[in-house]
Every structure is written in C-alpha cells, then in structure tokens.
Design a protein around this ligand. Structure first.
Ligand code: SF4
Length: 377
C-alpha cells in the first residue's frame, strides 16, 4: 500500500498546471490539431516530465507489456506500402511469398512466447484483406481460439475487415486488432496508393463495433514532417474511443523497397512522439514496436520515461529483427521494470480516488484519507 500511495502523492504533487487542467476531462476525443501541435512543441524535457506525470495517473510505471508477433503468412501482398518488403509491387526485395502456416507451429510459437513472459500474442498476415480466403480465415479463427485458450491476449493484423469478419474474430476470442494509420492523412498517399485513409478508418470502425480492442499507430521515418506526426496523433486522438494500443514503429529500411535509402529517425523525435501521444491518449498502451533494436538501452529508457509501456519481444518482428526475450528481460530488470500481467487493463492502474481528487478548477488535491495516511507515516 505505501509504495502505491507514495507514487500517487508524488504524481499529484508533480502535476503540472496544463496537465492538471486536462485532468478535469483527462480522456478527450475533442482534441484540436492546434492543441496537439502545442503539446508537441513543448520543450522536450518539460514534455517528457508532463507525459511521465500523466502516465502515473493511469498506469503502473513499473509495468511493461511484453508481446510477441508471428508472421503467419509472408509476402505476395497486393498493397504497395512503400516501406514494406512483403508487397508484391516491390520486385527487388528478398522476401518470398509463403502460404498461410498450419495451426501447430502457431500453437508452438505461442507456448514459447508465453513461457518467456509474453502476455499478448499477435499474428500478422501479408494480405490486403480476407476476401476469397474462406478456408484460410477458418484456420485463423482456430488459431485465435487456441491462443486465447492458453490464457493469452490474442491480436491479429490481417488487412481490411468487414463488420461480419470482425464479429467472427470477436466470437473466436480475439482481444485486439492491429491496423495502423501509419502517418497523417495528407502524407498517406505518398506512402501507399492502393488504399485510402478512409479505408483504414472503416476497418477500425468495424473492429470497434465488434467489441474488439483497437491497436493503431504509426511509422516514423517515412519521410514525413513533424506536422504529419502531429496529424497522426490527432487522428487517433479524436477517434470516438482512443485505441487501446498505439504502436510507435521506426522505419527499418529494407533493400529493394522505395524507402531503402530513407534517413534514420532521430531518437528525440521518437521520444517526442511517445510523450505527445501519452498526453493526448492517457489510457492507451504505447507500444515501442519495429526498429526498437536500433536504439540503445538508455534511449529505450527515455521512451519508457516518456510513457511507452509495451514492447515486442522475441526472435523477429515480421520481416525485421527484434530484441530477444533474454536480452529484454535482463534490460527490464536492470531498470526495475516488470512485465504486465495478461488482461491487466490500463484502467486498473489509474490514480486512486481515495487519495487524489480533481477539484472543479482542475487542481489535483489530496483527500482527507491521504492526509490521515501521511500523518500516520
Ligand atoms: S504493410 Fe501489410 S498491407 Fe502493406 S504491403 Fe506490407 S503486408 Fe501488405
């Protein structure tokens, strides 16, 4: 009880004025783009401090969710995402098309991930959508049932979904669906031409309507500008319900793709993106995703400080490298961090109203209960 109380009190005492004002309505879907830009423009150290304060109001800062991603169908995709080696449009890549994997290797991989501490297992297929894939979809529904039956959270990323497909996935036990918006609406056509931003949003709507948690984030390093990063956070931040999870990927340039020579994205941009997203979407799990292996341990810690609270861990992340379980476990333990338990919800970690209350004017104040507890210390 005492460490938790100390954390709550420290959060309240440290609450900066702007964040304190936002506490009146801490989860907003009415962000103006200019407001998100203002948050983004905050001097970096101040921004990280504010984000860390917000983070402590909704999440246990010692917990990091560990997820493992398995590619269940590689390459041959009809979309033309400029960053992806799985697109059939980019002939120069080394990624070869493979059929949908069978059920057994999935069960085996999920068991291994679970034994290594991962609580969420994600399965990705390189497809535009499920149209014309009745038998493949049935197999995927079996995979979802099996993995969920192991007590793990299960997520898939299968391209565009119809409302009916989303409902079937929900009925099979799917916890979350990943479908990234990637970047701002304006910059999107410079990255992908075979589908529109609105196609993406329609799938997100189908997922939400089916009662599946939405996982939707972006990729940094596509050649976008700061205003596109702001535009992405604004788009997800004004969805009727914020995504349960916001992955922050950094481009891993792959030879043979149109983005093979893109400049690496600086770490301060990654940290600024995470901190801004944390303030705009206080309850969302922010996931350090592809490209994490290119950051030093200290850089990753800056990302956790700014509000990231999930990582992908395991052998590989689709077609790019990933830090292994053992390295990650050692790193987290050096920094006093622990894995999040399965199905532990961010909401379960919010500020305890017994100790901290937000007054009419937006000030966070300690309750008489908190004062009594302090006096007894
Ligand atoms: S990112 Fe996904 S949708 Fe785009 S080309 Fe790659 S596999 Fe296809």
């Amino acid at each position: 009880m005492l460490p938790t109380l100390r954390r709550q009190l420290a959060s309240a005492a440290a609450l900066p004025r702007a964040v304190s004002r936002a506490s009146n309505n801490p989860v907003r879907s009415n962000w103006l783009r200019g407001e998100v830009q203002q948050v983004w423009d905050t001097p970096l150290m101040e921004l990280v401090f504010k984000a860390a304060s917000v983070h402590r109001m909704f999440h246990d800062p010692e917990r990091i969710q560990l997820c493992t991603l398995m590619n269940i169908k590689t390459g041959g995709c009809l979309e033309d995402c400029s960053y992806c080696s799985q697109s059939s449009k980019h002939k120069g890549t080394l990624t070869k098309a493979t059929p949908l994997v069978q059920l057994d290797p999935v069960i085996q991989a999920a068991r291994e991930a679970k034994a290594n501490g991962s609580t969420r297992f994600c399965m990705g297929a390189a497809w535009r959508g499920l149209e014309g894939r009745k038998r493949g979809f049935e197999r995927i529904l079996d995979m979802v049932r099996e993995v969920r039956g192991m007590g793990m959270e299960v997520c898939t990323t299968l391209g565009m979904l119809t409302p009916d497909q989303a409902r079937q996935l929900k009925n099979a036990g799917l916890s979350a669906y990943n479908h990234n918006l990637d970047t701002s609406r304006e910059y999107y056509p410079s990255v992908i031409t075979t589908r529109s931003y609105d196609d993406r949003l329609a799938t997100l709507q189908a997922v939400r309507d089916a009662g599946i948690k939405v996982c939707s984030g972006g990729i940094l390093g596509l050649g976008e500008k700061d205003e596109d990063r702001v535009g992405l956070i604004w788009e997800v931040g004004r969805l009727p319900e914020h995504p349960e999870s916001f992955p922050v990927n950094t481009l891993v340039p792959i030879p043979g793709t149109p983005m093979e020579n893109n400049e690496p994205v600086p770490v301060h941009t990654v940290v600024r993106t995470i901190a801004t997203a944390r303030i705009v979407m206080p309850k969302t799990i922010i996931r350090l995703a592809a490209g994490r292996h290119t950051f030093t341990e200290t850089e990753q810690m800056m990302a956790f400080m700014a509000g990231a609270n999930a990582i992908f861990t395991g052998e590989k992340m689709l077609t790019t490298p990933c830090s292994g379980w053992d390295d990650d476990k050692a790193m987290l333990s050096r920094w006093g961090l622990r894995g999040l338990r399965s199905f532990e919800d961010a909401e379960g970690n919010k500020v305890d109203e017994k100790f901290v209350q937000v007054e009419q004017g937006g000030e966070a104040v300690l309750t008489p209960e908190a004062m009594k507890t302090i006096e007894a210390l």
